[in-house]
Design a protein around this ligand. Structure first.
Ligand code: ADP
Ligand code: ASP
Ligand code: MG
Length: 417
């Protein structure tokens, strides 16, 4: 059995959905589980709906109508038969979304978020499954929430592997084609949970692990994993092979082409991950598998924008020692703030942070009661894996560097932009 994952860009409009068929024509076989994300930027649009709902603003109805019309337009382009059941099925999903909002009593952002944004995937998979059925790719639509079981850490749910494995083994059969949603799961009370933004790659990893799949292919708008994001860096080159360890490192430092959690389950069962172009499906792409770290062995560039640099020193010039540091990290953990880089001296301690859950203000309040705090928001963290002197020189040119750090394989700098 193989697992395919189609991300937002690969299903962003009717033309893109038709291209999925072309990809399947060239590459699919009979045993296939397909994980699909929400279409294009739907998740962002649903995030706006969550905010409008919780702030009780008047634009809510219009925002829902925009998402609905966008999908309707795609369906009209895909299905000639205007009586096709897909129209009713998506209508039902939008009705459910509206019912969820009107019946909801919680004001808890993360919970409401998960009950709403998952509709992007439920709708996209419904349209794509129906479309593939009409063009001859017989498939079964599965609700990922019946399989991927998680805790109730909304927006960042942790997988219950044992229950998930059992459910997947019960519902997914060999020699058939299945379509399911990326990104979503459900908790023990069957409320929808999400695995974190861009989490559909991770879903593909979860299914592949539980099925003991032969391989996972994620279809992207780039030729594969390059040695830098082509939107940011010039003259990027394709990495044809990457080891699991190296892929985990690259994703950890922020190479957003693969979700960081995807690799670990694949590595545990040595399942190869291919990253390929949905525009040019026969081209080689990148293979993440056991073997040499990187081929070709060249510097890899990563940038994480919109990070926070905080420097702490003690109020009385005493040393920043283990007990202060453990208290600081307890706060980061408590506020779900991810630490990208650490540097310390006797009386000062600097960290680069990623605040995905917008808890910075509360964190700063707490820190300021114990430390002298200086901070910069909106800084960028650049990383070069397998750096060379020349690579560093070129990257540093004309940048205002706030901090840098070099280890054996990794160079990092924080830049004000
Ligand atoms: P999906 O449609 O699956 O959500 P993403 O947009 O998340 O796809 O990922 C593809 C994008 O990742 C590319 O368009 C590219 O700009 C970006 N990207 C970041 N780092 C890299 C890299 N090292 N190699 C290739 N693409 C990268
Ligand atoms: N639709 C979700 C997102 O945009 C999950 C994903 O695409 O991977 O974050
Ligand atoms: Mg994505």
């Amino acid at each position: 059995m193989r697992v395919f994952k189609f991300g937002g860009a690969s299903v962003k409009d009717a033309q893109a959905v038709k291209n999925v068929v072309r990809v399947l024509e060239i590459t699919a076989d009979s045993s296939l589980l397909i994980v699909v994300s929400a279409m294009g930027k739907t998740t962002n649009a649903l995030e706006k709906i969550v905010s409008a709902y919780l702030k009780n603003t008047t634009e809510l109805t219009a925002l829902i109508a925009t998402v609905k019309n966008h999908h309707l337009k795609i369906e009209e382009e895909l299905f000639e038969n205007k009586q096709h059941p897909v129209f009713q099925k998506t209508e039902d999903l939008f009705n459910k979304l509206e019912a969820t909002l009107s019946q909801n009593k919680s004001q808890q952002y993360d919970y409401v978020y998960d009950q709403v944004v998952g509709y992007g995937e439920l709708i996209s998979t419904t349209i794509i499954s129906e479309y593939l059925n009409t063009v001859g790719y017989k498939n079964t639509w599965l609700d990922a929430r019946d399989m991927v079981k998680t805790d109730n850490a909304y927006r960042d749910a942790k997988v219950d592997w044992e229950r998930t494995q059992k459910n997947i083994m019960t519902l997914v059969r060999k020699n058939e084609m299945f379509i399911t949603q990326g990104f979503i799961g459900s908790d023990t009370h069957n409320f929808t949970t999400t695995l974190g933004r861009e989490g559909s790659d991770y879903t593909a990893g979860i299914f592949a692990y539980c099925l003991g799949a032969d391989s996972v292919t994620i279809w992207k708008d780039v030729p594969g994993v390059l040695n830098g994001d082509p939107r940011v860096f010039k003259n990027t080159e394709l990495l044809s092979q990457i080891s699991y360890e190296e892929a985990i490192e690259l994703a950890f430092y922020g190479a957003s082409v693969i979700h960081p959690k995807t690799i670990q389950p694949l590595q545990r069962k040595e399942i190869p991950l291919r990253v390929k172009s949905f525009i040019d499906p026969t081209s080689q792409g990148t293979s993440v598998e056991k073997g040499q770290a990187l081929h070709p062995y060249i510097p890899c560039y990563i940038v994480k924008k919109n990070q926070i640099l905080i420097s702490l020193s003690s109020l009385d010039f005493s040393f920043i020692v283990e007990d202060n540091i453990s208290e600081i990290f307890r706060l980061f953990h408590h506020y779900q703030i991810k630490v990208d880089l650490i540097q310390n001296s006797a009386i000062s301690f600097s960290v680069c942070l990623d605040d995905k859950f917008n808890h910075l203000d509360t964190l700063l309040q707490q820190l300021k009661s114990k430390f002298k705090v200086t901070f910069n928001t909106g800084v960028s963290l650049y990383t070069i894996r397998h750096y060379t002197k020349k690579a560093i020189q070129t990257l540093e040119k004309d940048k205002e560097i706030l901090l840098k750090q070099t280890t054996r394989e990794t160079y990092q700098m924080i830049v004000r932009e």
